[in-house]
Design a protein around this ligand. Structure first.
Ligand SMILES: Cc1cc2nc3c(=O)[nH]c(=O)nc-3n(C[C@H](O)[C@H](O)[C@H](O)COP(=O)(O)O)c2cc1C
Length: 249
Protein backbone atom coordinates (compact mmCIF):
# COMPACT_ATOMS: atom_id res chain seq x y z
CA UNK A 1 0.00 0.00 0.00
CA UNK A 2 1.35 3.41 -0.82
CA UNK A 3 0.39 7.08 -0.97
CA UNK A 4 2.31 10.35 -0.63
CA UNK A 5 1.99 10.43 3.18
CA UNK A 6 3.22 6.85 3.58
CA UNK A 7 6.04 7.53 1.13
CA UNK A 8 7.11 10.51 3.21
CA UNK A 9 6.92 8.60 6.53
CA UNK A 10 8.87 5.68 5.09
CA UNK A 11 11.57 8.01 3.77
CA UNK A 12 12.25 9.77 7.05
CA UNK A 13 15.86 10.42 7.95
CA UNK A 14 17.25 12.74 10.63
CA UNK A 15 19.04 15.71 9.07
CA UNK A 16 22.18 17.02 10.77
CA UNK A 17 23.61 19.25 8.03
CA UNK A 18 21.75 22.36 6.95
CA UNK A 19 22.15 25.18 4.46
CA UNK A 20 22.45 28.63 6.04
CA UNK A 21 18.85 29.55 5.20
CA UNK A 22 16.83 30.34 8.31
CA UNK A 23 13.20 29.30 8.59
CA UNK A 24 10.73 32.05 7.82
CA UNK A 25 8.16 33.19 10.38
CA UNK A 26 5.50 31.51 8.22
CA UNK A 27 7.40 28.22 8.27
CA UNK A 28 7.83 28.40 12.05
CA UNK A 29 4.15 29.19 12.53
CA UNK A 30 3.21 26.34 10.19
CA UNK A 31 5.28 23.83 12.18
CA UNK A 32 3.89 25.01 15.53
CA UNK A 33 0.39 24.82 14.07
CA UNK A 34 1.03 21.21 13.00
CA UNK A 35 2.27 20.43 16.53
CA UNK A 36 -0.87 21.93 18.00
CA UNK A 37 -3.09 19.67 15.92
CA UNK A 38 -1.50 16.50 17.26
CA UNK A 39 -3.70 14.33 19.47
CA UNK A 40 -3.46 15.42 23.13
CA UNK A 41 -4.29 13.37 26.20
CA UNK A 42 -7.69 14.34 27.74
CA UNK A 43 -7.55 17.39 25.43
CA UNK A 44 -5.36 19.08 28.02
CA UNK A 45 -2.60 20.37 25.66
CA UNK A 46 0.11 19.61 28.19
CA UNK A 47 3.24 20.95 26.50
CA UNK A 48 4.81 24.21 25.42
CA UNK A 49 7.25 25.02 22.66
CA UNK A 50 10.15 27.42 23.13
CA UNK A 51 11.79 28.82 19.99
CA UNK A 52 15.41 29.64 20.64
CA UNK A 53 16.34 32.97 19.06
CA UNK A 54 19.16 34.15 21.39
CA UNK A 55 22.57 33.05 20.01
CA UNK A 56 23.94 32.71 23.55
CA UNK A 57 21.14 30.30 24.48
CA UNK A 58 21.74 28.37 21.26
CA UNK A 59 25.44 28.14 22.11
CA UNK A 60 24.59 26.89 25.60
CA UNK A 61 22.32 24.22 24.11
CA UNK A 62 25.08 23.24 21.66
CA UNK A 63 27.39 22.70 24.63
CA UNK A 64 24.77 20.82 26.67
CA UNK A 65 23.89 18.47 23.80
CA UNK A 66 27.42 18.15 22.41
CA UNK A 67 25.88 18.98 19.01
CA UNK A 68 27.70 22.10 17.79
CA UNK A 69 25.96 21.68 14.43
CA UNK A 70 22.60 22.67 15.93
CA UNK A 71 23.82 26.28 15.61
CA UNK A 72 23.71 25.97 11.83
CA UNK A 73 20.10 24.77 11.77
CA UNK A 74 17.43 27.07 10.39
CA UNK A 75 15.49 27.05 13.66
CA UNK A 76 15.66 25.38 17.06
CA UNK A 77 12.69 24.36 19.20
CA UNK A 78 12.73 23.08 22.76
CA UNK A 79 9.71 20.93 23.54
CA UNK A 80 8.61 21.26 27.15
CA UNK A 81 6.28 18.95 29.07
CA UNK A 82 3.95 21.42 30.73
CA UNK A 83 1.35 21.23 33.49
CA UNK A 84 2.18 24.76 34.74
CA UNK A 85 -0.33 26.46 32.44
CA UNK A 86 -3.03 24.04 33.58
CA UNK A 87 -1.99 24.71 37.19
CA UNK A 88 -2.77 28.40 36.63
CA UNK A 89 -6.18 27.53 35.19
CA UNK A 90 -6.97 25.11 38.01
CA UNK A 91 -5.85 27.55 40.72
CA UNK A 92 -7.93 30.32 39.14
CA UNK A 93 -10.93 28.03 39.41
CA UNK A 94 -10.06 27.46 43.09
CA UNK A 95 -9.93 23.72 42.50
CA UNK A 96 -7.69 21.01 43.92
CA UNK A 97 -4.40 20.88 41.98
CA UNK A 98 -3.10 17.61 43.46
CA UNK A 99 -3.61 15.57 40.31
CA UNK A 100 -1.42 17.88 38.22
CA UNK A 101 1.57 16.75 40.30
CA UNK A 102 0.88 13.04 39.74
CA UNK A 103 2.92 10.52 37.78
CA UNK A 104 -0.12 10.09 35.54
CA UNK A 105 -0.15 13.77 34.59
CA UNK A 106 3.62 13.82 34.22
CA UNK A 107 3.36 10.94 31.75
CA UNK A 108 0.45 12.63 29.97
CA UNK A 109 2.60 15.70 29.43
CA UNK A 110 5.44 13.50 28.16
CA UNK A 111 3.09 11.79 25.69
CA UNK A 112 1.69 15.10 24.47
CA UNK A 113 5.15 16.58 24.03
CA UNK A 114 6.51 13.56 22.17
CA UNK A 115 3.55 13.35 19.80
CA UNK A 116 3.68 17.09 19.08
CA UNK A 117 7.41 16.73 18.44
CA UNK A 118 6.85 14.09 15.80
CA UNK A 119 4.17 16.26 14.17
CA UNK A 120 6.81 18.97 13.75
CA UNK A 121 9.20 16.45 12.20
CA UNK A 122 6.56 15.23 9.75
CA UNK A 123 5.29 18.71 8.91
CA UNK A 124 8.84 19.91 8.30
CA UNK A 125 9.53 17.03 5.92
CA UNK A 126 6.27 17.69 4.09
CA UNK A 127 7.52 21.15 3.08
CA UNK A 128 11.03 20.02 2.16
CA UNK A 129 12.69 20.82 5.48
CA UNK A 130 14.66 18.35 7.57
CA UNK A 131 15.14 17.93 11.31
CA UNK A 132 16.75 16.05 14.15
CA UNK A 133 15.07 15.44 17.47
CA UNK A 134 17.49 15.87 20.38
CA UNK A 135 17.09 13.98 23.62
CA UNK A 136 20.61 15.13 24.43
CA UNK A 137 19.24 18.30 26.04
CA UNK A 138 18.73 15.91 28.98
CA UNK A 139 22.54 15.59 29.35
CA UNK A 140 22.21 18.61 31.64
CA UNK A 141 18.49 19.03 32.15
CA UNK A 142 19.06 21.22 35.22
CA UNK A 143 20.97 23.72 33.10
CA UNK A 144 18.20 23.73 30.49
CA UNK A 145 15.61 24.39 33.20
CA UNK A 146 17.61 27.43 34.36
CA UNK A 147 18.48 28.60 30.86
CA UNK A 148 14.83 28.66 29.77
CA UNK A 149 13.44 29.81 33.15
CA UNK A 150 11.15 26.80 33.29
CA UNK A 151 8.61 27.07 36.12
CA UNK A 152 7.29 24.27 38.33
CA UNK A 153 5.38 21.47 36.63
CA UNK A 154 7.37 21.84 33.44
CA UNK A 155 10.22 19.72 32.14
CA UNK A 156 12.41 20.08 29.04
CA UNK A 157 12.09 16.87 27.05
CA UNK A 158 13.43 17.31 23.54
CA UNK A 159 15.11 19.77 21.25
CA UNK A 160 14.37 19.86 17.53
CA UNK A 161 16.85 21.30 15.05
CA UNK A 162 15.02 22.14 11.81
CA UNK A 163 16.37 23.52 8.57
CA UNK A 164 16.95 23.17 4.88
CA UNK A 165 18.84 19.90 4.33
CA UNK A 166 22.36 20.33 2.98
CA UNK A 167 22.77 16.59 2.75
CA UNK A 168 20.37 13.65 2.41
CA UNK A 169 21.72 10.67 4.37
CA UNK A 170 20.93 7.09 3.40
CA UNK A 171 17.79 5.56 4.84
CA UNK A 172 18.52 3.67 8.09
CA UNK A 173 17.05 0.14 7.90
CA UNK A 174 14.63 -0.78 10.69
CA UNK A 175 14.36 -4.26 12.21
CA UNK A 176 11.96 -6.75 10.60
CA UNK A 177 8.38 -6.53 11.87
CA UNK A 178 8.59 -10.14 13.11
CA UNK A 179 10.99 -8.89 15.80
CA UNK A 180 8.71 -6.13 17.07
CA UNK A 181 5.07 -6.72 16.07
CA UNK A 182 3.32 -9.54 17.94
CA UNK A 183 -0.21 -10.95 18.05
CA UNK A 184 -2.12 -10.79 21.34
CA UNK A 185 0.78 -11.45 23.70
CA UNK A 186 4.40 -10.42 23.85
CA UNK A 187 6.43 -13.09 22.10
CA UNK A 188 9.82 -12.69 20.52
CA UNK A 189 10.06 -15.09 17.56
CA UNK A 190 11.56 -18.54 18.27
CA UNK A 191 14.38 -17.73 15.84
CA UNK A 192 14.92 -14.28 17.34
CA UNK A 193 18.69 -14.69 17.48
CA UNK A 194 18.90 -15.72 13.83
CA UNK A 195 16.69 -12.79 12.82
CA UNK A 196 18.84 -10.45 14.87
CA UNK A 197 21.97 -11.78 13.19
CA UNK A 198 20.42 -11.08 9.78
CA UNK A 199 19.45 -7.57 10.87
CA UNK A 200 22.95 -7.02 12.26
CA UNK A 201 24.34 -8.03 8.85
CA UNK A 202 21.95 -5.63 7.12
CA UNK A 203 23.07 -2.78 9.36
CA UNK A 204 26.74 -3.69 8.95
CA UNK A 205 26.26 -3.32 5.19
CA UNK A 206 24.37 -0.03 5.70
CA UNK A 207 27.10 1.48 7.89
CA UNK A 208 29.82 0.37 5.47
CA UNK A 209 28.09 1.54 2.32
CA UNK A 210 26.54 4.81 3.39
CA UNK A 211 27.86 8.05 1.93
CA UNK A 212 29.41 9.55 5.06
CA UNK A 213 30.65 8.47 8.49
CA UNK A 214 31.11 4.86 7.42
CA UNK A 215 31.96 2.56 10.31
CA UNK A 216 32.13 -1.03 11.45
CA UNK A 217 28.85 -1.25 13.36
CA UNK A 218 25.68 -3.30 13.69
CA UNK A 219 22.50 -3.03 15.76
CA UNK A 220 23.57 -5.29 18.66
CA UNK A 221 26.90 -3.58 19.07
CA UNK A 222 25.34 -0.12 18.70
CA UNK A 223 22.83 -0.95 21.44
CA UNK A 224 25.38 -2.35 23.85
CA UNK A 225 27.71 0.60 23.27
CA UNK A 226 24.86 3.02 23.92
CA UNK A 227 24.14 1.26 27.23
CA UNK A 228 27.76 1.21 28.33
CA UNK A 229 28.06 4.99 28.61
CA UNK A 230 28.95 6.71 31.90
CA UNK A 231 26.22 5.88 34.43
CA UNK A 232 26.56 9.36 35.96
CA UNK A 233 25.30 11.00 32.77
CA UNK A 234 21.59 11.90 33.18
CA UNK A 235 21.54 10.21 36.61
CA UNK A 236 19.85 13.32 37.99
CA UNK A 237 16.67 13.05 35.91
CA UNK A 238 14.29 11.59 38.51
CA UNK A 239 15.49 14.13 41.09
CA UNK A 240 15.01 17.00 38.62
CA UNK A 241 11.53 15.81 37.62
CA UNK A 242 10.63 15.78 41.34
CA UNK A 243 12.29 19.16 41.86
CA UNK A 244 9.96 20.52 39.16
CA UNK A 245 7.00 19.40 41.27
CA UNK A 246 6.05 16.07 39.72
CA UNK A 247 5.64 13.27 42.25
CA UNK A 248 6.98 10.08 40.78
CA UNK A 249 5.43 7.86 43.43
C1 LIG B 1 13.58 10.78 21.54
C2 LIG B 1 14.69 10.93 20.53
C3 LIG B 1 15.88 11.52 20.92
C4 LIG B 1 16.91 11.69 19.99
N1 LIG B 1 18.04 12.34 20.37
C5 LIG B 1 19.01 12.58 19.47
C6 LIG B 1 20.15 13.35 19.83
O1 LIG B 1 20.27 13.82 20.95
N2 LIG B 1 21.08 13.56 18.88
C7 LIG B 1 20.98 13.07 17.61
O2 LIG B 1 21.87 13.32 16.80
N3 LIG B 1 19.88 12.36 17.24
C8 LIG B 1 18.91 12.11 18.12
N4 LIG B 1 17.79 11.41 17.75
C9 LIG B 1 17.67 10.92 16.38
C10 LIG B 1 17.98 9.42 16.31
O3 LIG B 1 19.36 9.21 16.49
C11 LIG B 1 17.51 8.90 14.95
O4 LIG B 1 16.12 9.05 14.85
C12 LIG B 1 17.87 7.41 14.78
O5 LIG B 1 19.25 7.23 14.72
C13 LIG B 1 17.26 6.86 13.51
O6 LIG B 1 17.76 7.58 12.39
P1 LIG B 1 16.76 8.32 11.39
O7 LIG B 1 15.94 9.29 12.19
O8 LIG B 1 17.66 9.02 10.40
O9 LIG B 1 15.94 7.27 10.74
C14 LIG B 1 16.76 11.22 18.66
C15 LIG B 1 15.56 10.63 18.28
C16 LIG B 1 14.54 10.49 19.20
C17 LIG B 1 13.23 9.86 18.76
Amino acid sequence: MTNPILDQLNNHRSIRQFTDVALTETEIETLVNAAQHAPTSTFSQQYSIISITDPATLQALATITGHAWLKSSGHYFVMVADQYRNLQITESANRDTTLLHSTDKFLASVFDTAIATENIVIAAESVGLGSTIMGSILNHAGQVINLLSLPELTFPLLGIAVGHPAYQPDLKPRMPQTMMHFADTYQLPADFKAQLADYDDELTAYYQQRDSNTKQENFSHHLVRELSRDLNVRADLAALVKQQGFKLD
